[in-house]
Ligand binder design. Structure first.
Ligand code: HEC
Ligand code: HEC
Length: 224
């Protein structure tokens, strides 16, 4: 059930999701792909300090962060069956990973943050290498019930408080994983350019932004 929630989030939890995404659109193959923020081993690394929250947070809080930002939605009650089903799946995925160990391939690959983004070049890369699936206006493509190709901007996308709304975070995801099935074909510069372009299009606004990075150390690509 936890796996179903994470792969069909939109259909299963319409009250908690306010866009067109499923968790596994970014955490590819139900959270099992290195360099696509896998959930393997995640059970044993939380609670963990997060600069954005400015404190130690639990795995439940981290999950809800993605509900409120990446899914532009509402947090799950910690005691709810849905939260516990998600935790059960992540715990099962983490079987055999020693507690406190981050697996190789956790998070995203590293990308050269010294490179400066060029949005114009990003627009042409988008047109050439992304629009066929994600749409000319980043709107994705959907059947009656769900998106077959998820949107990259507009009302059904992640909000501006999401990690994916940051240029270098998005670039790292894109470089390793996109175009789908052709990961690692863009250079760092191309990934950064196209990420700058799509992250800065119109998208939902996260209302609690002013509470982020309470202790400073805000990354340079934060959107606020
Ligand atoms: C739009 C893309 C996107 C979607 C959709 C998304 N996430 Fe995330 N998620 C991210 C990014 C970006 C990170 C930060 C990765 C990093 O720190 O390198 C992240 C991190 C996480 C982490 C922590 C991973 C770690 O290694 O510390 C968890 C757990 C998580 N997400 C759960 C979820 C859940 C549950 C959902 C659905 C409710 C979800 N995510 C939906 C982009 C997304
Ligand atoms: C062949 C079709 C295809 C192409 C081309 C493609 N993508 Fe994707 N992309 C997908 C699919 C499908 C997913 C969701 C994967 C899943 O759910 O397993 C996705 C997911 C994403 C996501 C995370 C989910 C979201 O909607 O925010 C981002 C960001 C992304 N793609 C960016 C890009 C960029 C940038 C390019 C061009 C460099 C690109 N993609 C090219 C099919 C494609």
């Amino acid at each position: 059930m936890g796996k179903k929630i994470l792969t069909e989030t939109n259909l299963v939890l319409p009250r908690n999701v306010d866009n067109g995404l499923n968790c596994a659109n970014c955490h590819l193959k139900a959270g099992t792909v290195a360099g696509a923020a896998p959930w393997l081993g995640i059970w044993g690394v939380f609670p963990e300090y997060r600069a954005r929250s400015g404190k130690l947070i639990s795995l439940q809080e981290r999950i809800n962060d993605c509900f409120e930002r990446s899914m532009n939605g509402k947090p799950l009650d910690f005691a709810s069956p849905e939260m516990n089903n998600i935790l059960a799946y992540m715990r099962w995925l983490s079987t055999g990973v020693p507690t406190g160990t981050s697996i190789a391939g956790r998070g995203f690959i590293s990308i050269n943050q010294k490179l400066k983004p060029d949005s114009e070049s990003g627009a042409s890369i988008y047109e050439e290498k992304c629009a066929s699936c994600h749409g000319k206006k980043g709107e994705g493509s959907k059947t009656e019930k769900t998106y077959t190709f998820p949107p990259l901007w507009g009302p059904d996308s992640f909000n501006d408080g999401a990690g994916m709304a940051r240029t270098y975070t998005a670039a790292a995801f894109v470089k390793h994983n996109m175009p789908l099935g052709q990961g690692e074909t863009l250079t760092d510069q191309e990934a950064i350019d196209v990420a700058e372009y799509f992250t800065h299009q119109i998208r939902p606004v996260y209302s609690k932004k002013s509470l982020d990075w309470p202790n400073g150390d805000k990354p340079k690509d934060a959107r606020y």
